[in-house]
Design a binder for this molecule. Structure first.
Ligand SMILES: [Zn+2]
Length: 124
């Protein structure tokens, strides 16, 4: 039996209520959390692959325990220089974000490009 992926575990622990994805998993001091690579992390950080602790996630909606990534924004200003220096995770997703911010045409799987565009809008 293969271990469930982070996406599978995330999907299993949310209860869709309208546009919101209400977290039904572990909660600590009122904040959703889940295990990711052996560490406890916020499910939105985990699912978005955000490992940089300097990047804060801020919930925009008022639904308690909502973990729909669309309902969050990222606090830290995206710094391209820092990104190139590896401040942000060196993943295909963040590579695409950098490309978009550099006004390059992002190339990759449509889903990933879509997600990168969404992230880039919030990083400017
Ligand atoms: Zn929400």
């Amino acid at each position: 039996m293969t271990r469930p992926t982070i996406e599978e575990r995330f999907a299993r622990l949310i209860n869709p209520v309208g546009p919101h994805h209400i977290w039904t998993g572990n909660v600590h001091h009122g904040k959703p959390r889940m295990r990711n690579n052996g560490k406890l992390d916020h499910p939105v950080r985990a699912i978005m692959g955000i490992t940089d602790r300097a990047v804060r996630i801020i919930k925009l909606c008022h639904a308690p325990l909502c973990v729909n990534p669309e309902h969050y924004r990222f606090h830290r200003t995206f710094d391209r220089k820092l990104a190139r220096m590896g401040e942000f995770p060196n993943t295909p997703l963040w590579q695409l974000v950098i490309a978009i911010l550099d006004d390059e045409i992002p190339e990759g799987p449509p889903d990933l490009v879509k997600e990168a565009k969404w992230l880039a809008r919030r990083c400017k």
